[in-house]
Design a binder for this molecule. Structure first.
Ligand code: DGJ
Length: 711
């Protein structure tokens, strides 16, 4: 008997290799030694009404073999189901994991599964090869089929819609089955295709948690089934369209990778591993993340109503408050005066931009900012020259009506001519002017479905553009956060979280976002008040404080602000530029306090940490309770400064306790902060207390972000 052990971070995978067939699952969960194990067959009790040949869960379960749970792969040949039996099984240790090759010679099919231990988690890969003499059609190929670690009892997931992304749902593990499935062609407004499975009463910092996300930007299915033996099986994979994955002899199909993280340190522990795995996939221009430039995006400042003079005016106002990257959003290209026309014709509108983009981009650069541009390459308006020339390039189903959304159709990205055309026009745009950034939008669901080919076509185009323009950063947007996933990570550097820029709404969304993706790629803007999406009014300080947790930006016309607000916003931009040194690229911890408080910390406890304590609703208690910060335990003595309270200062604000009135830091043992808690100042509704923490020994503190004058 051969035991295969794959420890990574706080968890271990233990498999048992068997002479024929896929390795058996022995353990998935908390780290444990596996040197002296009896064979699984010797530990299984007999069960009535069962086959005489035991069929436990394997790494690659298939139906029709005595296994009645979910299958790793379902195939058809000549229209009939193609049953599989793994007649040959090989495993090879790789530098950092395992490669398992399973073959069914009768069916002429090979499945190669890889498990790579990386950054404290595991990356699962799967590839199917047809070496039979006739084509084989893949109905489904799971990226992973794993047992749910023993003791987990809750399913935490996110769903959402345009303008209401990332709504968290916390449910019990199902008695029958649970499923999160997308069929809209993009990963969708529920955020990354992923799930957290947690211990019965999980806290952010304690208890076993398994987090999974797929590196996929299209339809996906994540499912949990309860077996009548009493355990749960988790599967995840891309959803394939019927017939689209039909492999001729010798051809192969690769499933998207899945990233899995196990932690005994609660959701924060599993989140940290997900961030580490995702960060390793980011491809930054120049090889490393540079400080994330503060944006001004023109969309909510002027929507479609702009021309060269207006944009130069907006750019001047942006530069005057410290903006570093100016992004010209929708409306700059031919015929684009509203959302009825123009998509597909990627050259400047000659009425609005008679001299093209070059002088405009140069003017922006002369103001000391980078110039960025909005595009929506995969889309086409019927009212466009491109559509008139190539109506057949739109995704369509013969005999079915063409269904528009926002007056647009979708280009068929499986079509090499379409991709070549898009590469040529985008390459020309990027060469026509000093453009350092693209915001890449996608404003509709796919009807008819484009399937995996659509996703892979888009990834292919993105890869070509990145190769041709390696210094250009790209932002992924799909009507807000409709395509925020690790499938896009190798090609993009930012995600637009939501078209709802209302800071109260953003609190929960941003917490959902960082469950899978790190905050430095989370676009978070200061929008107008009242917020365009909700009509709610919030102070400049509250809006800016919430935005300062992510990749900070502004989405309003600074000249439309009163002078006090404009000055305050400029100060917040200064704060965000200092805060990003601490808040980006490091640890992220979330938690909840008493009386409706939520908090978020980013950075490093000893070198420098920012802590945002957020109150959205009015307090009900007379005094704030100390805020326990369990992740700090064992970090020595920490110097703590209250940088300030953003928002909520007017009216009946209670005075600060003496501790927080001076400028000297208070020193606490980290264990005190972890177990007894940080004494908090009073917070009114829609306010954020921002603290700076660092090791108390001299010289350990990172540069202190200067707190803006407050509103
Ligand atoms: C949807 C995006 O989410 C917005 O930020 C903006 O870019 C519009 N599309 C432009 O049409």
């Amino acid at each position: 008997m051969t035991i295969l052990s794959l420890p990574s971070g706080e968890g271990t995978i233990v498999l048992e290799a068997v002479p024929t067939g896929a390795p058996l699952w022995r353990h998935f969960g908390a780290a444990c030694a596996s040197a002296a194990l009896p064979a699984l067959a010797d530990t299984r009790t007999a069960a009535s009404f069962s086959l005489d040949q035991d069929c436990p869960l394997t790494l690659a379960p298939v139906g029709g073999t005595g296994w009645f749970g979910p299958a790793v792969v379902e195939l058809r040949r000549d229209g009939a189901a193609l049953p599989l039996v793994w007649t040959h099984a090989d495993h090879a240790e790789t530098a950092d994991g395992l490669c398992i090759t399973l073959r069914d010679d009768r069916a002429g099919v090979t499945l190669v599964q890889t498990i790579t231990c990386e950054h404290g988690g595991w990356r699962f890969g799967a590839e199917l090869i047809n070496h039979g003499s006739a084509p084989v059609s893949i109905e489904a190929l799971a990226s992973v089929v794993v047992p749910v670690p023993a003791g987990l009892a809750r399913v935490v997931s996110w769903r959402g819609r345009h303008n209401a992304e990332l709504v968290e749902a916390d449910e019990a593990l199902p008695q029958q089955a649970w499923r999160r499935e997308g069929r809209r062609g993009i990963s969708g407004h529920g955020g990354a295709p992923g799930v957290y499975l947690c211990a019965p009463a999980p806290t952010r910092d304690h208890g076993d948690v398994l987090a999974l996300q797929l590196c996929w930007s299209g339809d996906s299915r994540i499912a949990i089934e309860r077996d009548d033996e009493g355990f749960h099986v988790l599967t995840a994979g891309a959803v394939l369209q019927p017939g689209e994955a039909t492999l001729a002899t010798g051809r192969r199909w690769t499933a998207p990778d899945a990233l899995l993280a196990f932690s005994a340190r609660g959701r924060n522990g599993a989140m940290a591993v997900q961030h580490a795995m995702v960060r390793a996939m980011l491809r930054w221009p120049g090889g490393a993340m540079a400080p994330r430039k503060v944006h001004l995006n023109s969309w909510e400042a002027c929507y479609f109503d702009h021309d060269a003079a207006r944009i130069v005016e907006l750019a001047r106002a942006a530069a005057a408050i410290g903006i570093e990257r100016f992004v010209l959003d929708d409306g700059w290209f031919a015929g684009r005066n509203d959302d009825h026309a123009g998509l597909g014709d990627w050259h400047p509108d000659t009425a609005k931009y008679p001299h093209g983009l070059a002088p405009l981009a140069q003017a922006v650069r002369d103001l000391g900012m980078e110039f960025g541009l909005w595009v929506e390459p995969e889309m086409i308006n019927p009212d466009s020259d491109l559509y008139r020339a190539h109506p057949d390039w739109a995704l369509h189903c013969d005999g079915h009506p063409l269904l528009t959304a926002r007056n647009q159709l979708v280009l068929d990205m499986a079509h090499a001519d379409v991709r070549d055309h898009l590469f040529a026009v985008l390459d020309a745009v990027l060469r026509s002017a000093p453009i350092g950034y693209l915001k890449w939008d996608h404003n509709r669901d796919l009807v008819p479905p484009g399937g995996a080919a659509q996703v892979r076509g888009t990834h292919d185009l993105l890869a070509r553009l990145r190769a041709a323009h390696p210094l250009v950063e790209i932002e992924s947007c799909a009507g807000g956060g409709g395509r925020s996933d690790a499938g896009m990570i190798p090609y993009v550097h930012r995600f637009w979280t939501s078209d709802t820029i209302d800071a109260v709404s953003r609190v929960a969304m941003q917490r959902g976002f960082v469950a899978f993706l790190p905050p430095e790629v989370m676009g978070s803007h200061v929008g107008a008040s009242p917020a365009h999406a909700t009509g709610r009014t919030q102070s400049m300080a509250f809006r800016a404080a919430i935005a300062s947790m992510g990749h900070f930006g502004v989405e309003l016309d600074p000249d439309a602000l009163n002078p006090a607000d404009r000055d305050e916003l400029a100060q917040w931009i200064g704060f965000a530029r200092a805060a990003r040194q601490i808040a980006h690229g490091g640890g992220v911890w979330l938690g909840e306090g008493a009386d409706g408080l939520v908090w978020q910390a980013q950075g490093c406890p000893t070198r420098g940490l920012l802590l945002w304590v957020v109150r959205c609703d009015p307090p009900q208690d007379r005094r704030p309770q100390p805020l326990r910060l369990p992740f700090l335990a064992g970090q020595g003595d920490l110097a703590v400064r209250l940088l300030g309270i953003a928002g909520g200062l007017a009216g009946h604000a209670a005075p600060l306790p003496p501790l927080w009135q001076g400028t000297d830091p208070a020193v606490f043992s980290a264990d005190w902060l972890a177990r007894a808690g940080l004494p908090l100042p009073p917070l009114k509704a829609e306010s954020v207390a921002i603290f700076h923490l660092a090791g108390a020994q001299a010289g350990a503190m990172a540069p202190l972000p200067r707190f803006p004058r407050n509103s």
